[in-house]
Design a protein around this ligand. Structure first.
Ligand SMILES: N[C@@H](CCC(=O)N[C@@H](CS)C(=O)NCC(=O)O)C(=O)O
Length: 207
């Protein structure tokens, strides 16, 4: 399986989950701005929308969307309990967290703040949205070690990958001590440290 990645992006999420799962995979780097695949080729031939992550299966199937990719990986190794079994209410709750992180926090929060075409005033609107959502996360994590309770799941890796962006968009996490503690806890995991090291330095903004 090939995982298409770019440093500092959501591709950190499936990268972490692959390492947690202990499955064989190859990282294929792409330039987030030019869409060039390292070693040659245009990433839009893999994902026409040009964003990462994408997973290329050995049979040629392409799976996009971080939330779908990590559930697919988790389901290959059920004993690792990276996601509750399909069809259970616990799995639905995991999907609720993944959707919350993707829509409310990533696309509805961090994404627009990264956009160079958005005014500082508008960015503050999205920072406000993030504040409300981080407050919700913080309340939840006050009495849960992990998003799903007592066990690490792919949702924790998702929260980690997204929260990593806070310093890059001047988003202050200090009012959310439980989020910070969770972030530190997840960041200590060997798979997370290995994925971060492999990700390497984050390139500068699009010229
Ligand atoms: N809906 C996608 C969004 C992925 C996404 O926004 N990726 C960003 C990096 S974090 C990207 O590649 N942006 C470049 C672009 O949209 O051209 C998912 O959840 O996987």
């Amino acid at each position: 399986m090939k995982l298409f990645c770019a440093p500092g992006t959501l591709s950190l999420l499936p990268h972490i989950v692959f390492l947690e799962a202990g499955l064989a995979f190859t990282v294929v780097r792409i330039d987030e701005h030019t869409k060039a695949i390292e070693g040659g080729g245009d990433y839009r031939t893999v994902n026409p929308l040009g964003y990462v992550p994408a997973l290329l299966l050995d049979d040629g199937t392409v799976l996009t969307e971080g939330a779908a990719i990590v559930q697919y990986i988790a389901d290959q190794v059920p004993d690792k309990k990276l996601a509750p079994p399909n069809g259970t209410i616990e799995r639905a709750k995991l999907q609720a967290w993944l959707n919350f992180l993707s829509s409310e926090m990533h696309k509805g929060g961090f994404g627009p703040i990264f956009h160079k075409g958005i005014s500082e005033q508008s960015k503050e609107v999205f920072r406000d949205r993030l504040r409300a959502r981080y407050a919700h996360l913080d309340r939840h994590l006050a009495d849960h070690e992990y998003l799903m309770g007592e066990d690490f799941t792919v949702a924790d890796a998702n929260a980690f990958a997204i929260t990593n962006w806070a310093p890059r968009v001047d988003f202050d996490l200090s009012p959310y001590p439980n989020v910070l503690a969770h972030h530190a806890r997840i960041g200590c995991r060997p798979a997370v440290q290995a994925a971060m090291a492999a990700d390497g330095p984050i390139p500068g903004p699009d010229p």
